[in-house]
Design a protein around this ligand. Structure first.
Ligand SMILES: Nc1ncnc2c1ncn2[C@@H]1O[C@H](COP(=O)(O)OP(=O)(O)OP(=O)(O)O)[C@@H](O)[C@H]1O
Length: 211
């Protein structure tokens, strides 16, 4: 079982403080990260996943009490965010095949097709990612986060650009992940998305509300 431990984390960009002295643990369920635009939700997700280094403090990930190397952590995270793009010239299937080669995993055609049906992109499999609508691109990013069935999901504004069916897809993904005992971290300022979470960390107040 993977767990996350954040201790006295602070982040500056140059002289600008984004947030400071953040501490919390996340051991099960769905943690929401909330805060207004520019408060540092995405920056926090990036620091948690090793995409950015914090200015001070520590982020540690453990599996059954054993500390994980950051490379292992990265392989265990499915990350969907507006700033993580797929290759525009490749179709969604080609993008996922490329990612599976990078991760050195084999993904069966049936699995891939089921995933594309789940995100309702099965009619757009041949189009280059760059030619998909913004909502379809968001569905493709969600598929890319899910396709290795990772134990940790980081979802940054997962419902952005999605229609009602797409937003209900996000609810299903979060509920499914909770059932499968995955660790989920969801950053948003949308109350409907935050309502999917078991507990909420407020970047502004620098505290967790919930169990
Ligand atoms: N690479 C960077 N260099 C300098 N400043 C940055 C960088 N990335 C983010 N910032 C700044 O850090 C602050 C937090 O940005 P961040 O994107 O984390 O906020 P957010 O809460 O996710 O915002 P939103 O709700 O609009 O997505 C902002 O003031 C932003 O301008």
């Amino acid at each position: 079982m993977i767990s996350l431990h954040v201790n006295e984390l602070s982040k500056y960009f140059g002289k600008n403080l984004v947030w400071q002295n953040i501490s919390f643990d996340h051991e099960r369920g769905v943690l929401g990260i909330e805060g207004p635009n520019g408060s540092g939700k995405s920056t926090l997700l990036k620091c948690l996943s090793g995409l950015l280094s914090p200015s001070s403090g520590t982020v540690s990930w453990e599996n059954c009490g054993q500390q994980l190397e950051i490379q292992t952590v990265k392989h265990n995270i499915g990350y969907a965010a507006p700033y993580i793009s797929l290759y525009r010239e490749l179709s969604i299937i080609e993008n996922l095949q490329f990612l599976s080669k990078l991760r050195k995993i084999t993904i069966k055609e049936g699995q891939l097709n089921r995933l594309l049906e789940r995100v309702e992109l099965d009619q757009a499999t041949d189009k280059p990612y760059g030619n998909l609508s913004t909502g379809q691109q968001q569905r493709a990013r969600l598929a890319a986060a899910l396709f290795t069935n990772p134990p940790v999901l980081m979802l940054d504004e997962p419902g952005s650009n999605l229609d009602e069916q797409g937003r209900s897809l996000v609810s299903d993904i979060v509920a499914g992940a909770r059932e499968e005992k995955k660790l989920v971290i969801l950053a948003s300022n949308n109350p409907d998305e935050l309502a999917l979470c078991d507990r909420i960390f407020s970047v502004r107040k620098e505290e967790v509300v919930g169990p």
